[in-house]
Every structure is written in structure tokens, then in C-alpha cells.
Design a protein. Structure first.
Length: 248
């Protein structure tokens, strides 16, 4: 499994980083994990063909994690001339929130006939979803991060490997099941040691990592405090925009 961090920043562009958007590159069966507001900028910057993306899987519905969808969808229609279906999976309530977002960004855009179908899947917690079009199984685990709909950690089974992404959350024990023995755990680490409501810190993650049993940990969504202390990290890596990872 080949992963590229198209964006790994927080909501405020700390460190000049782009919003959350990860690409699992599998040719025409590629998919995005989250699609933050700067996603199309990331896609263009790193030379990704948007039409190679068969699906987008969302952890939660904050703008820095799903705000790029209107731009992706309109690019598909007007620029990239997409014809293949696009599947978007995310928390319960995704359909209504996506329509509202589209209309807020581009009034009338939900009424325009598209040349490609969009299939929406609203994931029920801890019920695996088979994304048959790209051969991926996704499970969502409810975490603690108010976003208007349930926020999820994602456990993704793909090509015989398991990738877990915490999304944004304070520590919650559902992360143990979501990340159990994952080949790669991508975890928010907003602060180094200070506890902040609804967000994870590095010290807590280090304490919990043996219980999770993930083989590899990469940190993302870091605040200026965390970015200033990456030299102190142990037993993990800090993501950066453009970082590429092979999951063997």
C-alpha cells in the first residue's frame, strides 16, 4: 500500500501546511482519506490526476477535513471531465451537510446535472462498509470531537494491510479497537503534552501505543507547539506535506 500525505496540517495552516488529505495510491483504484479545503491545491501541487481517485473516505465534517469536496466535485465536472462514478463515504448526516456545503460555496451547484454519478455512503459506527468499486473495507469508530455529525476514527483494510486514522479526537478507548495491530496508525497529535479538549496529545499517544499494538505511528494535524518539538519524538514519525510511505 502506497500512501502520500497531500496535506497534514491543522485547521489554521500551522507551519504553512495544507489541510488534511491523504492519498492511497493504487492506480485507478486510488482513494482519498479526508478532503480538506485545500485538497485541490494539494492535488495540483503534487501532480495527482483527480480522475484516478475512485473514492473519498471522510473522518468528520469540519471544513479542514471535508471542505474541499465542492471544489473536487466541480473540478470533476468542469475541468477534469470526469465520467467514472465517485463514491464518498463518511459519517451519518453526510448527505445533508454536503448539499449545504455545495450551496454555500457555489449556489445552484446541487441542481446541475453531472456527467458522472456520485454515490454517498453514510457509515454506521463499527459496521464495516465494503467499497466494492475499489476493493476496500472501511469501519468507523465514534470518537470525541464535536463536528455536527458523529466524528469517526477510520480503520481501513486494503491490499492485505490495515491503516487506521484517528481523525480529530481527544483520547477515547474506541481508538484501541480502531487501531488494534494496524500496520500503520496515523494519529492526530495537536499538542505535545498539554491536554486540550477534543484533541490528542503526543504524550498520551505514547502511553497508549503498547495497548493499541500498531506497527508504525505517524503524527499529523500538529499545532505550532507540537511542530516546535518534533525533534523530541520517539518511536514515531511526524508527517509533512508530500511525505510518501510504503506499508509493507
Amino acid at each position: 500500500m502506497h500512501l502520500k500525505f497531500l496535506g497534514c496540517g491543522d485547521a489554521f495552516g500551522s507551519g504553512g501546511r495544507l489541510n488534511t488529505c491523504f492519498l492511497v495510491n493504487r492506480g485507478d483504484a486510488s482513494f482519498l482519506i479526508d478532503c480538506g479545503a485545500s485538497a485541490m491545491t494539494s492535488i495540483r501541487r503534487f501532480g495527482i490526476d483527480p480522475n484516478s481517485v475512485g473514492a473519498i473516505v471522510l473522518s468528520h465534517l469540519h471544513a479542514d477535513h471535508f471542505g474541499g469536496l465542492p471544489f473536487f466535485i466541480l473540478d470533476a465536472q468542469l475541468v477534469s471531465r470526469r465520467t467514472r462514478p465517485l463514491l464518498i463515504a463518511g459519517p451519518m448526516g453526510l448527505g445533508g451537510r454536503l448539499d449545504a456545503l455545495m450551496e454555500a460555496h457555489f449556489p445552484g451547484s446541487t441542481k446541475v446535472e453531472r456527467k458522472f454519478p456520485i454515490e454517498l455512503i453514510e457509515m454506521q459506527p463499527e459496521r464495516p462498509v465494503d467499497v466494492g468499486s475499489i476493493g476496500v473495507c472501511v469501519s468507523g469508530y465514534v470518537v470525541v470531537h464535536p463536528s455536527g455529525t458523529p466524528s469517526l476514527a477510520l480503520r481501513i483494510e486494503c491490499d492485505g494491510k490495515v491503516l487506521t486514522y484517528t481523525g480529530d479526537t481527544e483520547w477515547v478507548d474506541t481508538l484501541l479497537a480502531a487501531g488494534r495491530n494496524a500496520d500503520l496508525l496515523i494519529a492526530e497529535a495537536y499538542r505535545f503534552e498539554r491536554k486540550v479538549r477534543f484533541h490528542l496529545d503526543y504524550v498520551t499517544l505514547r502511553e497508549k501505543l503498547p495497548m493499541i499494538g500498531a506497527k508504525r505511528l505517524i503524527l499529523t494535524h500538529m499545532s505550532p507547539d507540537m511542530l516546535g518539538r518534533v525533534s523530541e519524538l520517539k518511536d514515531c514519525e511526524a508527517a509533512h506535506d508530500g511525505m510518501e510511505v510504503e506499508i509493507d
